[in-house]
Design a protein around this ligand. Structure first.
Ligand code: IPM
Ligand code: MG
Length: 361
C-alpha cells in the first residue's frame, strides 16, 4: 500500500479543532481509496513561541522537509499581538513559505448555491462564481530588500521593496496557465504596470508565457480595476494570477463575496513541497467551543489529495460530500440560516464522513 506522510501543524485558536476534524475525513477517504496516511504533529505560531521561544522551531521545519505534505491550522491571537513584527506568530507562516519555497498560493473562491443568500452581493451577481486566485507567495514587497525603518536627516523613514525576478514571475505564471488549462481556460493577470516597473516586467513575462498556452484566453487588469470587477462580475473570472501583495488583498475580497470565509481552502505549492491550510484565521473568540466550521480545512485536505497525492477520486468525493451536506441543510453557526440544521465542528465532520461513505458505495 502506498504511504503518504503528512506533517500536521495545528497552530493556535481553532487550528487544533479544525485540523483534527479534517484528519478524520481524509483518514476515512484514505481507507476507502486504499492508501496509508500517517500524521505527525509539530508546533508553529503562538503555541511554538510559548513552548519553544520561536514561531517556527527547527524541528518543525525538519518534519515538514521529511513529509509528503503539510497540513496547517491557523496561527496568531491577541496573546501575541504586542510582539514586534519579526517575533510574531505570522512570522512562522512567512518563514515556512520561504523555507519550503512555496511560490504558488491557490485560493479558490466558490459561491455555493445553498449559501448564496449569505453573499454580500446580489444573488444574480454572485451566482455561479467559481474562480481561483493564484497568488505568488515567496517574493514581492513581503521579502524584498532593503526593508526597515531608518533615520534620514534625523527623521524616520519606512522602507519596503517591491521586487520580482523574471524567473520568480515565470514559474508562478506557468502554474496559473496550467491550472487554467484544467478549468475553463481563462486567465486574468493582475498588475499595476501603469505605475510600477516591477509590474511592467510581470506583464511582459505573462505575454511571453502566453505564447506557450494559445488555448487559454488571457486578459490583463490593473489591480484597482480588478478589485472593482471582482465585485461587479465575479462569475466571469476563472483563474487570476498576481503578485504576493495584490494577491493577499484580492484573495480576501474574493473570500468575502462567497459569503462563507469558513469554507475556503488553500494550497501553497512549490516544486518539491506543498502546504495546505484554511484561508480563515485562528478565530480566538470561538476557540475551544466546538463550533468552528471545519469545511475550509476539510477542503484544504481535498486539495492535498488532488495536488500532492494525485488522488483525484478521493478529492472529488470530499468536494461533492461538502455540497451534499450543505444541500441537506447542515450548518455550523457561521453559516447558519432559518430552517437549517445547526451543528458544531463534530456534527459537521460526521455528516461529511457519512456522505463520503454514501458516495463511495
Ligand atoms: C494571508 C495572511 C498573511 C499574509 C499574514 C498573516 C502574514 O494575510 O495568508 O493572506 O499576508 O500572507
Ligand atoms: Mg491575507
Amino acid at each position: 500500500m502506498t504511504t503518504f506522510k503528512v506533517a500536521v501543524l495545528e497552530g493556535d485558536g481553532i487550528g487544533p479543532e479544525v485540523v483534527s476534524s479534517a484528519i478524520k475525513v481524509i483518514k476515512r477517504v484514505g481507507e476507502l481509496v486504499g492508501v496509508d496516511l500517517i500524521f505527525e504533529k509539530a508546533l508553529i505560531g503562538g503555541s511554538a513561541i510559548d513552548q519553544k521561544g520561536t514561531p517556527l522551531p527547527q524541528e518543525t521545519l525538519d518534519l515538514c522537509l521529511a513529509s509528503d505534505a503539510v497540513l496547517l491550522g491557523a496561527v496568531g491571537g491577541p496573546k501575541w499581538d504586542d510582539l514586534p513584527t519579526d517575533k510574531r506568530p505570522e512570522r512562522g507562516l512567512l518563514g515556512i513559505r520561504k523555507a519550503l519555497d512555496l511560490y504558488a498560493n491557490l485560493r479558490p473562491a466558490k459561491v455555493y448555491e445553498p449559501l448564496i443568500a449569505s453573499s454580500p452581493l446580489k444573488e444574480e451577481v454572485a451566482r455561479g462564481t467559481d474562480f481561483i486566485v493564484v497568488r505568488e507567495l515567496t517574493g514581492d514587497v513581503y521579502y524584498g530588500e532593503p526593508r526597515g525603518i531608518f533615520l534620514q536627516d534625523g527623521k524616520r523613514v519606512g522602507i519596503n521593496t517591491m521586487k520580482y525576478t523574471e524567473e520568480e514571475i515565470r514559474r508562478v505564471v506557468r502554474k496559473a496557465f496550467e491550472i487554467a488549462l484544467q478549468r475553463r481556460k481563462k486567465l486574468t493577470s493582475v498588475d499595476k504596470s501603469n505605475v510600477l516597473e516591477v509590474s511592467g516586467l510581470w506583464k511582459t513575462v505573462v505575454e511571453e508565457e502566453a505564447k506557450n498556452y494559445p488555448e487559454v484566453e488571457l486578459e490583463h487588469l490593473y489591480v484597482d480595476n480588478c478589485a472593482m470587477q471582482v465585485v461587479r462580475r465575479p462569475s466571469s473570472f476563472d483563474v487570476i494570477v498576481t503578485g504576493n501583495l495584490f494577491g493577499d488583498i484580492l484573495s480576501d475580497e474574493a473570500a468575502v463575496i462567497t459569503g462563507s470565509l469558513g469554507m475556503l481552502p488553500s494550497a501553497s505549492l512549490g516544486e518539491k513541497y506543498a502546504l495546505y491550510e484554511p484561508v480563515h484565521g485562528s478565530a480566538p473568540d470561538i476557540a475551544g467551543k466546538g463550533v468552528a466550521n471545519p469545511i475550509a480545512t476539510i477542503l484544504s485536505c481535498s486539495m492535498m489529495l488532488r495536488y500532492s497525492f494525485g488522488l483525484t477520486k478521493g478529492a472529488d468525493i470530499i468536494e461533492k460530500a461538502v455540497e451534499v451536506v450543505l444541500q441537506r441543510g447542515y450548518r455550523t453557526p457561521d453559516i447558519h440560516a432559518e430552517g437549517c440544521i445547526k451543528v458544531g465542528t463534530e456534527g459537521m465532520t460526521e455528516a461529511i464522513i457519512e456522505v463520503v461513505e454514501e458516495l463511495w458505495h
